[in-house]
Design a protein around this ligand. Structure first.
Ligand code: BT5
Length: 339
């Protein structure tokens, strides 16, 4: 990230820390180690970027209070100036439009960007779901982000990170919603029965080693039904629809990055079981009838939960326990012979 942006972030952070007071030009120049003229240049740039910085010759600078209806700016400066993580999202590449944040993050990962680097787009033109599906990504309302991780694990273990991301996303969504979120195996975050967030993990790997993983997360934040195609209106929702009000996208992003960092550190320090245990708390399908689409077949039965690797366990009518590594789950019918 460019040095100029770091100074901008510091200025916004300092102004936010003193919400109702002015900070003099000389105090800012001392705190930032730059001249007063340089401070003024940055303030002009920040105003251009949409920050309402007031300047008074006698008192200095102050961030004008935003009106209550505004859900705040959403850009790299806004995310960074309120971020409390040590490495997730500390480097942020913010774009107004991208084809897909995952595509950009894969490109940046191959160029050697460090662990924790994040890509955000206000809008995606080719937002990706799993198996070539599409992720609806309208502008101005949601979060589309991808984070680079370098966990040094074998490719076979990478699936575990999907569940870790689901735990982090559910935790972050739950901070803002009235209802508690649940997870649908493996990667959907639901409020009630409607999807508010999805996760797409991609990796750059050799046969025995993961070079890096890209965790792509889409969170519906202030999206209204009207922003969605007809086909998704019955199945998708947003944080706003549960919270009853608009929510600042920067705050959701910061919450998500904090949760990712927290669970990723736990995973690296103590392994996968704390993540699995937490994931189970959010899982709504255990003991229920499910129908799982797996490539070219369907597995039906009672969901017994997941095993230690995160695979789904389904007991079929014939009593066989099937272990499903990848697929789509939906509620099924209880048929005779299942117990
Ligand atoms: C997912 O796939 O749920 C993964 C979504 C990942 C999106 C993020 S955004 C940032 C990053 N960059 C990307 O390009 N992608 C990631 P899957 O489980 O296959 O679900 C896809 C299905 O969810 C679609 O076929 C629709 O039925 C539904 N869907 C599409 N857009 C949606 C939305 N905005 N909200 C809720 N459901 C949606």
């Amino acid at each position: 990230m460019k040095a100029k942006e770091d100074t901008d972030v510091s200025i916004i952070r300092l102004l936010k820390e003193a919400p109702d007071t002015h900070i003099s030009g000389s105090a800012l120049s001392r705190a930032l180690g730059i001249s007063r003229t340089a401070v003024w240049k940055h303030i002009k740039g920040l105003r251009k970027a949409g920050y309402p910085v007031e300047a008074s010759p006698s008192k200095g600078y102050r961030l004008a209070p935003r009106d209550a209806a505004s859900n705040g700016a959403f850009n790299g400066i806004e995310v960074l100036s309120g971020l409390s993580t040590s490495f997730i999202g500390r480097r942020v590449f913010f774009f107004d439009t991208l084809d897909s944040t995952n595509i950009k993050a894969l490109e940046l990962g191959r160029k050697g960007e460090p662990e924790g680097t994040a890509v955000i787009a206000d809008k995606q033109t080719m937002g990706k779901g799993r198996l070539g599906r599409r992720w609806e990504s309208p502008p101005g309302v949601n979060l589309y982000t991808s984070v680079i991780l370098r966990p040094g694990i074998p490719p076979a273990d990478a699936q575990r990170l999907t569940l870790l991301m689901a735990v982090a996303a559910a935790e972050a969504v739950g901070i803002f919603t009235k209802e508690s979120p649940s997870v649908k195996w493996p990667n959907d975050i639901l409020i009630g029965s409607k999807k508010v967030a999805g996760i797409l993990m991609e990796m750059d790997a050799e046969p025995d080693r993961v070079n890096f993983v890209v965790a792509g997360i889409g969170v519906n934040i202030n999206m209204k039904e009207a922003d969605l195609p007809d086909s998704l209106r019955q199945t998708a929702s947003s944080i706003m629809q549960s919270a009853g009000k608009e929510v600042a996208r920067a705050a959701v992003t910061q919450g998500l990055y904090s949760s990712i960092e927290k669970w990723y550190k736990i995973f690296l320090a103590t392994g996968f079981s704390p993540v699995i245990n937490e994931w189970k708390r959010y899982f709504a399908f255990e003991g229920k009838a499910v129908r799982v689409s797996v490539f070219n077949r369907t597995v039906e039965g009672i969901c017994l939960g997941i095993d230690d690797d995160g695979a789904l366990l389904v007991k079929t009518a014939s009593g066989v326990i099937e272990r499903v590594i990848s697929g789509d789950v939906e509620a099924g019918q209880i048929s005779r012979g299942l117990d």
